[in-house]
Design a protein around this ligand. Structure first.
Ligand code: HEC
Length: 269
């Protein structure tokens, strides 16, 4: 009997903990609802329309919104709505292949998490911001190698603070930024290299197409750390990239051949 009661108490405890957990899950932000290609927005659950807006900005080089490889930029998401009392957001930085690019770093009231689709998201923390102006500050570090246009997608919630998903207003915005020397880079880049399969299952081999001649190849993680290095004086055909030593995630492949450089991405999953 004692055991049965104890079981009940533990069961109840677990049930409450589970509820509290899922409750926190929702209001502490959702990844994968930024309105980027293949995603919906927060309005999949939150209803309501309003006359406010959201703006994503960064201290990129103007005019033209350029970034320099490896540089860190201060970014802000500002949600404006006269009726809101609580705010939240979700943002992604994607390249022209709609894959995450660069590194997002959380600031006050935000956190970085990967969405089920593999994209890196920055989202608000538990409960969202209750500040009156709905501003979130964080940083984005540009990729270590050439990557072309980067587009930021944000979906934001100007919420009424009633602790549910009703009566909240969802706004979206985007921002495109570009590498600092597009023409100069264009002269030095190889055509995009062929990688297959991509994504590759961790432990399997990815095949990288090489042109003839000497090559140097590096696989870098998102922070720019070199994970794999390979080179040969003369080589044509296919380089077989082992992925056993890589954890799942997105990596850059930097290939140098005959003085030209190409940068591609591979997703190990
Ligand atoms: C799958 C459904 C779902 C999606 C998608 C979703 N939310 Fe929510 N959200 C909820 C629910 C349900 C609540 C109610 C509180 C809870 O359960 O934690 C909530 C609560 C909130 C709150 C507090 C609202 C208030 O008035 O107190 C904020 C802020 C919030 N969500 C922001 C977001 C943002 C920003 C996004 C999009 C990036 C988003 N949510 C996407 C389900 C969702």
């Amino acid at each position: 009997m004692k055991k049965a009661i104890l079981g009940c108490v533990i069961g109840l405890g677990l049930f409450t903990a589970y509820n509290a957990f899922t409750g926190v899950q929702n209001s502490s932000g959702k990844t994968g609802y930024t309105g980027s290609p293949g995603e919906t927005t927060c309005s999949s659950c939150h209803s309501g329309t309003g006359t406010g807006n959201v703006n994503v900005t960064g201290n990129f080089i103007t005019p033209g919104n350029f970034y320099v490889n490896g540089q860190t930029y201060n970014m802000s998401v500002v949600i404006t709505d006269p009726t809101a009392s609580r705010y939240g957001f979700g943002l992604e930085a994607l390249d022209t292949n709609n894959m995450s690019i660069g590194t997002l770093t959380a600031g006050s009231g935000s956190q970085v998490q990967n969405a089920p689709n593999g994209r890196q998201n920055i989202i608000h923390t538990n409960g969202g911001s209750t500040s009156s102006n709905g501003t979130f500050n964080f940083t984005w570090t540009a990729p270590p190698t050439y990557a072309g246009r980067v587009k930021f997608y944000v979906a934001a919630n100007a919420a009424n603070g009633n602790g549910s998903d009703s009566g909240d207003k969802i706004y979206t915005d985007t921002l495109s930024v570009f590498t600092s020397g597009p023409t100069q880079m264009a002269n030095n880049i190889l055509p995009q290299i062929g990688i297959s399969p991509n994504p590759v299952i961790q432990g399997n081999t990815a095949r990288i197409q090489l042109q003839s001649g000497a090559y140097a190849l590096e696989v870098l993680d998102l922070s720019g750390k070199v994970m794999i290095r390979a080179k040969a004086a003369d080589h044509a055909g296919v380089y077989e990239l082992p992925t056993q030593l890589l954890t799942t995630g997105i990596y850059y492949i930097r290939l140098e051949q005959e003085g030209k450089v190409s940068s591609s991405r591979i997703w190990v999953r």
